[in-house]
Design a protein around this ligand. Structure first.
Ligand code: SF4
Ligand code: SF4
Length: 249
């Protein structure tokens, strides 16, 4: 059964900024299907109409507006299935609508509303918890992160004389960030990047904090955590007085 749905919160989100634009888009959509051919889900499912962008929006955000936020948990579970399982929010369909209707933004809004009620795919929920706990999606501790970089510096340094992985160097031209899966599963990627920077003679550094450039909170529709993740990287760059941030994701 799960917790009761807080329909007031849903209503507030629906009424929040931009809702006028959303409502206009929902009314404006002619269901012409022009955007459907741009959706790989639709094409990969033999043009099943339930995978059309307009259908997916009508069945999620459209229903929420129609019911003025008074929706059930079962409905939110169905929305989860559509908003995460049948759309990647790639925004391709948004480029094809002659009216400029942004279907992806509407699916993303539906995700955010599901999030307010704890209806989010489990893997993304875990990633959000990890960002709050350790600042990165893998919950890698600062100690492990620093150890991994030191290890890669020494291993790569055996082949490339003089190679360094500068950590927390102030005023570097580039502050290099990585996907947290790299130090966890593919640490050699860090050694390879260091090799490129070394051979290019680049003035670079990595940061002991705010180094994960993924943002799975965005996919979870969690704007608070999404902001937290971006801010960590921004704060690190400010702290180190870095001139540029290189983001690999
Ligand atoms: S979003 Fe635009 S292209 Fe897609 S069905 Fe609606 S009006 Fe047609
Ligand atoms: S944003 Fe969603 S509906 Fe639109 S093309 Fe991408 S996957 Fe398909």
């Amino acid at each position: 059964m799960g917790e009761p749905v807080n329909t007031e919160v849903i209503k507030e989100r629906l009424d929040a900024a931009k809702s006028a634009r959303m409502k206009m888009w929902l009314e404006l959509c002619a269901h012409c299907g022009l955007c459907a051919e741009s959706c790989f889900f639709y094409l990969a499912h033999d043009k099943d109409p339930t995978y059309m962008p307009s259908y997916k929006v009508i069945k999620t955000l459209g229903e929420m507006y129609k019911k003025k936020g008074k929706v059930s948990r079962e409905f939110l579970e169905e929305t989860l299935d559509i908003a995460w399982g049948k759309c990647t929010v790639c925004r391709r369909c948004s480029q094809f609508c002659p009216f400029g209707i942004d279907m992806a933004l509407m699916i993303s809004t539906a995700r955010g509303i599901c999030n307010t009620q704890g209806v989010v795919p489990e893997g993304l929920q875990k990633a959000v918890a990890n960002y709050w706990a350790e600042g990165n999606q893998m919950a890698m501790t600062k100690e492990d992160w620093l150890e991994t970089c030191t290890w890669m510096e020494s291993e790569t340094g055996e082949e490339i004389a003089g190679l360094k992985i500068p950590m927390d160097k102030e005023g570097a031209n580039i502050m290099y960030t990585v996907n947290a899966r790299e130090p966890m599963y593919y640490p050699q990627d860090i050694g390879m990047a260091a090799t490129i920077f070394h051979i290019a003679g680049e003035d670079w550094t990595m940061s002991s904090e705010g180094w994960d450039d993924t943002n799975l909170a965005m996919f979870a529709g969690d704007t608070k955590c999404m902001t937290h993740v971006v801010k960590q990287t921004y704060d690190a760059a400010i702290r180190l007085k870095a001139k540029n941030i290189a983001i690999t994701e």
